[in-house]
Design a protein around this ligand. Structure first.
Ligand SMILES: N[C@@H](CCC(=O)N[C@@H](CS)C(=O)NCC(=O)O)C(=O)O
Length: 204
């Protein structure tokens, strides 16, 4: 399989999942923006994803999967024994879906684009920061008495939450009001999968 990625973006979430599962994946770096291109060959990335978004996962059967959440579930289900997603039909699986959707619609799309695109203006950024604070407080309360979103065990929702909430660093959003979340980020950052994914994304 091939993962189209851009360092520092949401494509880091499926990359963490790939490393957690020890899967063999070819990495294809993309330069996103107005004219997104696949760095290696200069191909117009919109031929692969018309919206120009990373991540994209090209599967071995030739299918092209867009949407990070779909990728995370696909990857986790390749190796159910790794426990990155609870079994279908269980209450824990419902929790996983709930968190993946929350991260995608309430966190990811509040950070991005509103806090990464100055052209939307200061008012949009202020509103986004306010909305984000309420949503981070929800996560903070949830993590107060558990190590990971689903409890004891790391799941693909953690790969996604870590990736998105770590954007607080470049955006200089202080985590003082969220001590459990801050500790959680360091817990996830310490995982071998995260270090390995970072190392590979930095490789030339
Ligand atoms: N709905 C997509 C959104 C992906 C997305 O927002 N990707 C960002 C990086 S985090 C991107 O590629 N942005 C490029 C752009 O806005 O032109 C998903 O969840 O996979």
């Amino acid at each position: 399989m091939k993962l189209y990625f851009t360092p520092g973006t949401c494509s880091f979430a499926p990359h963490i999942a790939i490393r957690e599962l020890g899967l063999d994946a070819e990495l294809r770096r993309v330069r996103i923006g107005a004219d997104p291109v696949v760095v290696a060959d200069g191909r117009d990335f919109r031929q692969i994803n018309p919206l120009g978004y990373v991540p994209v996962l090209e599967l071995d059967d030739g299918r092209v999967l867009t949407e990070g959440v779909a990728m995370l579930l696909h990857l986790a289900d390749l190796k159910p024994e790794a426990g990155l997603a609870p079994a279908v039909g269980t209450p824990e699986r419902d929790e996983l879906h709930r968190w993946l959707n929350f991260i995608s619609s309430e966190l990811h799309k509040t950070f991005s684009p509103w806090l990464f695109h100055p052209e939307y203006g200061q008012q949009a950024a202020d509103v986004a920061r306010e909305r984000l604070a309420k949503r981070l407080a929800v996560v903070e309360r949830h993590l107060a008495d558990r190590d990971y979103l689903l409890g004891e065990r790391f799941s693909v929702a953690d790969a996604y939450l870590f990736t998105i909430v770590d954007w607080t660093r470049p955006l200089k959003i202080a985590l003082d009001p969220y001590p459990a979340l801050a500790a959680y980020l360091e817990r996830v950052r310490a995982r071998d999968s995260v270090a390995e994914a970072l190392r590979r994304e930095k490789a030339p």
